[in-house]
Design a protein around this ligand. Structure first.
Ligand code: SAH
Ligand code: F3S
Length: 481
């Protein structure tokens, strides 16, 4: 999953772990929520806000007036956890000034460290894992009397399907809709299967209902979210099964990702649809064909590849080879010639040689990605890699390799951006540009961010924009009729 920066194209890891503060105003007690990491966490915070709203809490942007401070945390890399620990330390004075203030840690760090986090971070009152948010009102009662409380139970079934997220902090134009939780892939470097539990899909009808509501509220774009959307399968509930293991009745009523995507797109042709994240081992031609047939599904695919070396991919337990990845790329380009593609790469995984590193650069050259998210390998406790492999690439070598990868991506982003110059795109206006009040930021179907003068257009409008200029991160243009 990607971090939530919707500004410019992200081509390095610096955007990961940025916090967004959510804000709304209902109830008499106040909660301040900061979310870190992937979109799933931001989406979960909207669910938490909804549960707390029922319990009489309004959200506030002003931490000083909060009765409750929540950090919805990320464990994906050590750095993400360091950021949260630092933030927790910064609450010492706040707690001293407001003896009643309670601090809660939610999300992946809560799940990974469990009650150990209470020993490590003394000012934390509450630890709640990603599947336990319904228990928040009870846990809050428990800590009211000065106790500490923990619920980190993972579930095989929880999808919060019936909870209507409170979309505070939203631009009113774009929204996330979670379609599944957890991950069963067990990539050897990854902490997510431990922190977010087993994969389970959400009731298709509840997803469609949420999209209908967003459409009625005037939203113009939905991004459906899952760690591995291609393996979405709804057949009436319960733990994940593969299609081949379904009964005949379950098969007949089941809905896979391609079918869901089509239904989501058909809710309203004026509402764009995006999705995150695809996995090379599961992405089907059926999904690509649905993308080609539905005009409002955006021409953009995020397809992490992690490494260009078969030996490393095998060590990572990624379930595909370089050849298979290339075959997926070729198919995307055949069925969707205008499709933009982005990636994730982990540099410096256990035993990675210069030759393996070169193979990663070669695969980048094969594809010419629009952009990507690039990381140095960070060993995570309890993963297979931490237990059985050696994190043996020296820091300076990791650093140098990552810099080479980022540099290559800059070149490729510039090449891809130049292909947009001189063309006109249907652009959805998302926000006012960070740099100038006189300009908007919008995106074309390929997810490229374009900056242009406002004219008399409004947020949420679709406008035709002629792209006139670019660098490796941003496109600039003007509205044309
Ligand atoms: N299923 C999600 C993965 C979420 S993690 C997806 O495919 O997007 C997002 C990215 O973080 C992964 O693709 C990987 O590139 C990176 N990542 C995961 N674990 C990591 C680790 N231990 N060190 C460095 N990067 C990691
Ligand atoms: Fe992690 Fe691999 Fe799942 S990267 S989230 S285990 S697909």
């Amino acid at each position: 999953m990607k971090s939530l920066d919707q500004g410019n194209k992200v081509i390095d890891e610096s955007k990961q772990g940025e916090a967004t503060v959510l804000n709304t105003n209902v109830g008499d007690k106040k909660v301040y929520i900061e979310s870190y990491g992937c979109q799933m966490n931001f989406s979960d915070s909207e669910i938490v806000a909804s549960i707390l709203q029922e319990d009489g809490y309004a959200t506030t942007r002003n931490i000083e007036e909060a009765d409750l401070v929540f950090l919805n945390t990320c464990s994906i890399r050590e750095k993400a956890e360091d950021t949260v620990r630092k933030r927790l330390k910064s609450f010492t004075k706040l707690k001293r000034n407001n003896k009643k203030l309670k601090v809660g840690v939610l999300g992946c760090m809560a799940e990974r460290l469990k009650s150990k986090l209470l020993e490590e971070e003394k000012l934390v009152d509450l630890i709640v894992g990603p599947d336990a948010y319904r228990d928040l009102p009870t846990l809050l009662e428990e800590i009211d009397g000065g106790e500490k409380a923990v619920n980190v139970l993972l579930s095989m079934e929880e999808t919060y399907a019936d909870i209507s997220p409170v979309r505070y902090g939203s631009n009113g134009v774009t929204a996330f809709v979670t379609i599944m939780r957890g991950c069963d892939n067990m990539c050897t470097f990854c902490v997510v299967p431990f922190t977010r539990g087993r994969e389970r899909s959400r009731d298709a009808e509840s997803i469609l209902e949420e999209v209908r509501q967003l459409s009625e509220q005037g939203y113009k774009e939905v991004t459906v979210l899952g760690q591995n959307v291609d393996s979405y399968l709804w057949y009436g509930g319960g733990p994940k099964k593969h299609f081949k293991n379904l009964s005949e009745i379950e098969k007949a009523s089941s809905i896979n990702f391609a079918q869901l995507l089509k239904k989501v797109a058909q809710v309203n042709p004026e509402v764009r649809v995006r999705f995150f994240t695809s996995n090379p081992q599961d992405m089907t031609d059926e999904v690509l064909e649905v993308m080609a047939s539905e005009e409002n599904i955006c021409n953009f695919i995020h397809l992490p590849f992690q490494s260009g070396s078969d030996r490393i991919l095998d060590l990572m337990n990624r379930g595909y080879t370089v050849e298979k990845y290339k075959e997926r790329i070729d198919k995307i380009k055949e069925i969707l010639p205008d499709c933009a593609i982005s990636h994730d790469i982990i540099s410096g995984f256990c035993s990675e040689t210069e030759e393996d590193h070169q193979a990663t650069l070669d695969l980048m050259d094969y594809v010419t990605f629009d952009y990507g998210y690039m990381f140095n390998y960070s060993e995570r406790p309890n993963t297979y890699a931490a237990k059985k492999l050696t994190d043996d690439v020296p820091e300076d070598v990791k650093k140098r390799r990552l810099a080479e990868i980022i540099q290559r991506q800059r070149e490729h982003s510039f090449i891809r951006n130049k292909t947009y110059v001189g063309n006109t795109y249907k652009v959805l206006i998302e926000t006012i540009s960070k740099k100038s009040d006189e300009e908007y930021l919008g995106r074309n179907s390929q997810n490229a961010a374009i900056i242009f003068p406002k004219e008399d257009a409004k947020l949420g409008d679709y406008v035709n924009v002629l792209v006139e200029d670019c660098n490796s991160a941003t496109l600039r243009g003007k509205i044309v009729s």
